[in-house]
Design a protein around this ligand. Structure first.
Ligand code: ATR
Length: 291
């Protein structure tokens, strides 16, 4: 097994704004080690103003590729050279691969979300009604995935309504027969839609470790036992939002399975190696037992 960093080590990493609590560096480096690969995964904490230069730096430093996370999944597009088809349609990139100086953007969140719903949630979106809170890069991938799976209705709630309207406008081109509705993130609008929904997803950043007592859901009485409630956040493992859902008798899933399945896709693009979901979950559980 290779344990050393040497002159041939290939660098991969994570670009985001608040990534101190990210599990990705630990998980990827363990997988690299287990597969004896000469790679190293590093965190790059970048400010909005430095994003363009950081992406230029991928070429300059011959970095093999990076994950992109909150809040840069959409903004990063203007700085890269090419987009793979699904990243182009979704309008968000969570993975960049550097092919000899040509930076190509991918979106592995779509498959990550789809697989996590199937495997961890035992849920099929076809002909079901879904409510998605949020309209950022993660929400775009989730909504696209639900439409691709032919959900009966996807209802998008967001604080900034214009961003949700833009998603509806963009995605209606690819899914002209789908029902997409857009509403402001307020209790009156949420009530009716959540009542008839089968799936409720938090794709906002509200409730992450730095603001763990927050929730995007104003009144937990809106929740019910027939819902699968999904939070894209994985730290804390059970957000306040998921606690609300549990109290209401709903089934819950956190963002870890999505992190795992999108990660398998990214890792394969950089290294040509496809780790098993189980293998990554074991590494994660091992990590939890040490903190
Ligand atoms: P990502 O790329 O991971 O989706 P993002 O693009 O920054 O990250 O999106 C974050 C989402 O969380 C957005 O939907 C954002 O709402 P706005 O579009 O109105 O900014 C949502 N969000 C962040 N903080 C929020 C808050 N305090 N209340 C409600 N929504 C919030």
């Amino acid at each position: 097994m290779k344990k050393e960093i040497n002159g041939k080590t290939k660098i991969i990493g994570l670009i985001g704004k608040n990534i101190e609590n990210s599990l990705s560096p630990f998980i990827y480096n363990q997988i690299i080690y287990k597969h004896s690969l000469n790679f190293c995964y590093l965190p790059f904490k970048i400010t909005d103003a430095d994003l363009g230069e950081a992406i230029q730096g991928i070429r300059a430093l011959n970095i093999k590729g990076v994950n992109i996370t909150i809040p840069y999944k959409e903004k990063v597009i203007e700085f890269i050279d090419e987009l793979e088809e699904s990243a182009q349609k979704i309008g968000a990139v969570n993975t960049i691969v550097n092919y000899k100086g040509v930076l190509v953007g991918y979106n592995t969140d779509v498959t990550g979300f789809k697989k996590s719903l199937q495997e961890a949630g035992k849920f099929t979106a076809k002909e079901k009604k879904a409510v998605v809170l949020g309209a950022g890069g993660a929400a775009r991938a989730i909504i696209y995935s639900l439409l691709e799976e032919r959900a009966e209705e996807v209802c998008i709630f967001n604080r900034t309504l214009g961003k949700a309207e833009k998603i509806k406008q963009d995605f209606s081109l690819f899914f002209p027969k789908s029902s997409i509705s857009v509403l402001p993130l307020v209790e009156e609008s949420l009530r009716g839609k959540i009542k008839e929904a089968h799936l409720l997803v938090n794709a906002t950043s509200v409730g992450m470790t730095s603001q763990a007592e927050n929730t995007p859901l104003l009144d937990e009485k809106l929740l019910h036992p027939n819902l699968l409630v999904y939070d894209v956040i994985y730290r804390p493992a059970k957000t306040f939002f998921l606690k609300q859902a549990e109290r209401a008798g709903a089934r819950i899933i956190n963002g870890l399975p999505m992190l795992v399945y999108q990660g398998i896709g990214s890792f394969y693009l950089w290294t040509g190696v496809k780790p098993e979901g189980k293998e990554i979950l074991n590494v994660h559980n091992q990590r939890l037992s040490t903190i």
